[in-house]
Every structure is written in C-alpha cells, then in structure tokens.
Design a protein around this ligand. Structure first.
Ligand code: SAT
Ligand code: MN
Length: 590
C-alpha cells in the first residue's frame, strides 16, 4: 500500500508539474507536513519564530539591531564543500577536470538512499523562486524543497520567492528542481549533486549558504552556466555596479573575483572625498547573467535579490553602507555576540565579544570570535545605494568586464586586455589565494578561471570556447580588464589602500571604454600611462605607484608557462584560439 501523503497547504493554482515534483519528494522523504511558501512577511516572521522555539536562532539586541537574528551553524558546516560537490553528466568529459564527476545513475542511487525517510517528523517547505526580475525574459525559475526553515527564510531574502514565482513557473512550464535536506549534518553523509541534463540539484547533509540555498551557486551558476551555453548567454560569478560620472553619465561594470575577495565591498564603494561628483550604484554583489541585447551590446541582470556577504572586516571605514545596511532586518550566521546582545565580529572596531560563534564564552585561545566565513543575509533593498535598475527586466548594458584575484605578487594594479579573445585568456588565467569561503587551506594560490573554478557546471574547455563564441553574438562587446588590490611589498604590507580608492582604477577603466584615458602597451596588455591614473589626494608614493604598475617579464614568463600547462590539462576541449592567444603573449614576453 502506498504511504499516505502528509498534510499540505498546496495552493489551488499550483502548476501540475510542481505538485508532481513535491509529491515525488514527499513520497521518498516522508515529512510530517508540507508548507508551500508564499513569500509573505507573516510567513518570514513565522519561520523566525519557529527557529527561536527550536533554539536554532538567537534574537539580537532589538534596540540597536531591530529585526536582526543570529543563526549558529553546526561547527562542521560553515563553508562550501568543494570536495563533496559533483556535476553528474552522462559523459564525464562534459563535466570536465574542473568538476568532481559521478555517473548520474550512481549519484541518483546514492542520493535516494540518503533522502529516503529523511524528513520524518519534519516539515517540508516548498520554496518556489525566480532568479532575476519577475518580469524579465532573462530570469529563470526553480523550486527548492527543503526541511530547513533557515533555508526557507534565507531564500526569501536572496530571491524573488513565493506566489509570484509560482505563477511565473506556471507560465514558463519549466523550472529547476532542487532537493535539499540538512539530514544529520554529518560531514560523511554530505553531498551537493548537480544534474544539469535534468535541471536538477540534490543537496544533503549541510545547511550552509552555497551548499543549501540552492538558488545561489547551485542554480544561478552551475546549472545556469550549462543552460546559458546552450541558449547563447553567460552565467557568471560577477558583482555588478553602475558608476555615475560627475557629468551624470552612468556606466555599468561587471567584475569577477573569487569568493571573499571583495566583490561586495567594490559593489558598494564610497567615492573618496577627493573625487566629488562620482556616484556608485549597486546592482549585485555575487552573480550576473549576461545576455546579448537588442542593440548589439551585452546586458546584465542580477539574478539575486539579496546579499549573502562576508561579515568580518565590515566597519564604517571599510564599507559604510554595508555597516548601516546590516543594522536592521538582517540574518547573521556564525558571528559573535556582546554582553548586551549585539552582533560582533573581527574588524568591527567597537564592542567586546562575550560569546563566540559556537555559542561558547569567548576565549581568544579558541581562535576568532566570529567565524572568518560568518555571513549576513539581507535584502538588496536595504542597501542605501541600491540601483533603481535592479528590477529592470531588460537589465543594464555592460561597458567593462573586470577580472581579479588575491595575488600578493605579479599582477599589476590594473591592465586592459588587447581585445575580447585576449580578455578571455586574461579571465582564464585568473589565480587567487584561497579564502575561508570554502573548507580547506587558506592562502594558497590556485587557478580560478573567471572566478568560476567552484561554479562552472561544465568542462572549462567548452566554457572558454563559449566565451570566445560570444564575439559572434555581441557586436559591441565590453572591454576586458584585470585588477589586483592585494599586491604587497617585501614586508607583507599592502601597496594599494583599496576600498574607496579603487574608484580611481574604475575611473581609468571607464576612460578606456570612452577612448579617453591614456595607456601604454606591455606584453600582458595595456597599463595606465604615467599620470593617467587619477592620484589627486591619494597617499601613495610615486615609487609605490611605479611598483604597482610594473610588469616583471621574467615572473610573467613563469606565470604563462604555468597557465599553458593548466590550459593543456583540459585536453582537446581547450580552444585552439585560446592557446594561440597565450602563445602570442609568450612571444611578446620574449
Ligand atoms: O557559500 S556561498 O557560495 O554562498 C558564498 C561564496 O562562497 O561566495
Ligand atoms: Mn560568490
């Protein structure tokens, strides 16, 4: 006899395909109840109340931080787990050496065993969501089923979640299926599986951000990058900002940096006092979907509607807007707490932690008070410089694409690729020091092409070919740049002040797009000509500036040999044109 289905509040208008998907999950996982999320404020508050009741949420000081709460993860579950993340395609070559691969049939068997009966006694939340403005032709929808109220609440902040998304799914007839259960939070029973050919994600055993909020990295990057390739667009790990000049013209810039390398800070940049008249408008801080537009330019939307940002280091000097934005209606994950119940983290400059991120009395011997990858979840609308274009269905036209990483040596402050295909090589060559955003060693340099190493849902060789092919689809492509805010001197000190001063680099970039700013040609691309970078009011010596803008040919020859070896590891899938670009740079380096 079939198991009876649990109590459900399924709306009458639920699309049949969604109802069938939810029934399938419920049959296997056997939850006690099913709740279909509508995305309302009452629902959000109900989820928080439930988490409080269960002891999963700490109310922070409501006088200083109204609407703010703290969630503490299981200490073994505080970052993405790349070694447990798989792309399951029929041919292993399609996932490529950049992904862990498992045969789809084996992966389904494994996941079905884990999911079987895993929601007994729990509530299954049906979370319909739309990635992108609800009326945008570029947006795509999904349905995440989860047994975590924390995930449901976060998805409400991070995506357009609820009834409107469900209606759109009814119109589209297509959606990404996301299975999620926290399971036992056992690191040995934890997998994040992607089936791009089936538009399906199955995630088990983690409640943390990128492992569990399936709209984010799993859908908007791994599955979407696969869809984008077949449909002729791009899903990228990029922040998105509008830069308004003193003359009142706004330029849109997309920048790809690895996790925890400052995308959020750049997207919320505050112009230095010595650059009056400039304004920055945030569109997104993590993901951009780029489409060929009707006028021959490349248009971008931010598929998300909130930020899941790194907390440590946030203070009025590093990121005033973020500091203000997270003083209300914010979900904190894994920060410390002061005696009077305020959230606390390293770099806050104020207050004293008494309870650490694990809920223990704070003791410096145990390490930092807040976890280095502690996060805030907040609606983008709370950002005081949120762009009015954030809900524009057509997106915004992109003038420049900027790549970057954390490199203490080698990469100059900024350089421009000679053209699009050289720009693809610059992106494919990105390397960066690892951060706390993923489990594993921090601070080792690894290749992270286009900052997509953990997020590209298919073979990097095919991905680069797709990037090159965009030249045939977009008449007026953005100019491509590379920046490095993290160069250090021999004593380990940062050479560049960063933060608001990065606007000087953006100004040069915009100048190049306008054909105005001066540049000098070097073997690796175009660098600011002497005097071309605006240094008015900047406290950086001429010698330091020269070091920041130097190209060490010997070090670059070594770098390019390593890049060549890396590109070769993708076998025959690496496009010949990309190798030709590399050979060209090597020839220029002599
Ligand atoms: O864990 S997330 O993927 O959500 C954050 C990040 O690593 O960029
Ligand atoms: Mn990210």
């Amino acid at each position: 006899m079939a198991t009876p289905l649990p109590r459900t509040d399924r709306p009458a208008r639920a699309p049949k395909a969604v109802a069938a998907f939810v029934d399938e999950v419920a049959r296997l996982t056997q939850p006690e109840r099913i709740h279909w999320c509508d995305g309302s404020q009452e629902e959000y508050e109900g989820l928080l109340a439930l988490m409080h009741e269960r002891g999963d949420l700490v109310t922070l000081n409501q006088d200083t931080h109204p609407g703010c709460h703290l969630h503490r993860s299981n200490p073994s579950d505080v970052a993405r787990v790349e070694h447990l993340t798989f792309v399951c395609t029929h041919h292993s070559h399609d996932a490529g050496p950049n992904n862990n691969w498992m045969d789809p049939a084996d992966a389904h068997r494994l996941m079905r065993d884990l999911f079987e009966g895993c929601m007994r006694g729990r509530t299954l939340y049906v979370v319909p969501y739309c990635m992108g403005p609800i009326d945008s032709p570029y947006a795509r929808c999904g349905v995440e089923v989860t047994d975590s109220p924390y995930v449901a609440a976060n998805m409400g902040l991070m995506t357009r979640m609820g009834s409107a998304a469900l209606e759109r799914i009814g119109r589209d007839g297509k959606f990404v299926k996301g299975w999620h259960s926290t399971g036992e939070l056992d690191p040995d029973r934890r997998y994040i599986m992607h089936f791009p050919e089936e538009l399906t994600i199955m995630s088990y055993g983690s409640g943390y951000g990128g492992n569990a909020l399936l709209g984010k990295k799993c859908h908007a990057l791994r599955i979407a990058s696969w869809q984008a390739r077949s449909e002729g667009w791009m899903a990228e790990h990029m922040m998105l900002l509008g830069l308004e000049s003193p003359q009142g013209k706004t330029y849109y810039v997309a920048a790809a940096f690895p996790s925890a390398c400052g995308k959020t800070n750049l997207a919320m940049l505050i112009p230095p006092g010595s650059m009056p008249g400039w304004k920055v408008w945030t569109l997104g801080d993590d993901i951009a979907w780029l489409h060929p537009g009707p006028d021959g330019r490349l248009y971008a939307i931010n598929p998300e509607s909130g930020y899941f940002g790194v907390v440590p280091g946030t203070n009025p000097h590093t990121n005033r807007h973020a500091y203000d934005m997270i003083r209300r209606d914010t979900l904190f994950t894994n920060v410390a707490v002061t005696a009077d119940g305020q959230p606390w983290w390293e770099g806050l400059e104020d207050g004293t932690p008494v309870t650490d991120w694990q809920g223990r009395p704070y003791d410096a011997k145990n390490g930092p008070a807040a976890h280095p990858n502690s996060r805030f979840t907040v609606s983008a609308k709370q950002n005081p410089i949120c762009s009015p274009m954030i809900d524009a269905p057509a997106g915004v036209p992109i003038s420049a694409i900027v790549f970057g990483g954390r490199r203490r040596e080698l990469a100059p402050l900024v350089y421009q690729a000679r053209n699009w295909s050289h720009g693809v090589l610059v992106g494919a060559s990105v390397a960066s020091e690892t951060t706390a955003a993923a489990t594993g060693k921090v601070g080792v340099v690894r290749r992270d092409p286009m900052a997509m190493k953990p997020f590209c849902g298919y073979n990097f060789g095919d991905y680069w070919a797709h990037w090159l092919a965009m030249a045939g689809k977009v008449e007026r492509l953005p100019k491509v740049f590379h920046v490095n805010w993290f160069r250090r001197d021999k004593d380990g000190r940062f050479l560049w002040p960063g933060f608001g001063e990065n606007l000087r680099v953006l100004e040069w970039i915009i100048g190049r797009c306008e054909g105005k700013a001066e540049a000098v040609e070097t073997p690796i691309g175009w660098l600011p000509a002497p005097g071309a970078l605006n240094t008015k009011g900047l406290d950086v010596s001429a010698a330091t500036l020269a070091e920041l803008l130097s190209v060490d040919a010997e070090a670059w020859r070594t770098e390019m040999a390593e890049v060549a070896e890396y590109l070769d590891s993708f076998d025959e899938r690496t496009p010949a044109d990309l190798k030709a670009e590399l050979a060209d740079v090597q020839r220029r380096l002599g």
